[in-house]
Write a protein that binds this ligand. Sequence first.
Ligand SMILES: [Zn+2]
Ligand SMILES: [Zn+2]
Length: 139
Amino acid sequence: MTVEGSAARGGCMCGAIRYEASGDPISVIFCHCESCRKHSGSPVSALAGFHRSQLRFTRGERATYESSPGITRGFCGDCGTTLTWEGNDDELGPLVEIHIGTADEPGNLAPQMHLHHAERVPWFETSDSLPRYREWEDS
Ligand SMILES: [Zn+2]
Ligand SMILES: [Zn+2]
């Protein structure tokens, strides 16, 4: 895959971990779930989801933590930067979502929806008109 036109390139704060995604993300979301909140230390996370085959780690080995059965969270073991959510979707197969704050150009990755909106921190609200789902897209 060519680097030109890559949908997302990025890495952690210290530079030990670098990744590169090819093609467009499957989805870009705000996630308000408690697990993302704990993992990121942020009241809301913004994530760009790719099929595992679209994403390549070009430098370093991310550390991982299994946050629930079958779900791992990636981060840099050196600087602690929150990097990924990784799991399996029944239909789409292995997925990796990157926290878009780690992308070199997060401006290219605009969220399309809010997920787990029911779990949001009560004082968090934005003025965007994106759809808000209690959990997933059908809720
Ligand atoms: Zn790092
Ligand atoms: Zn989440």
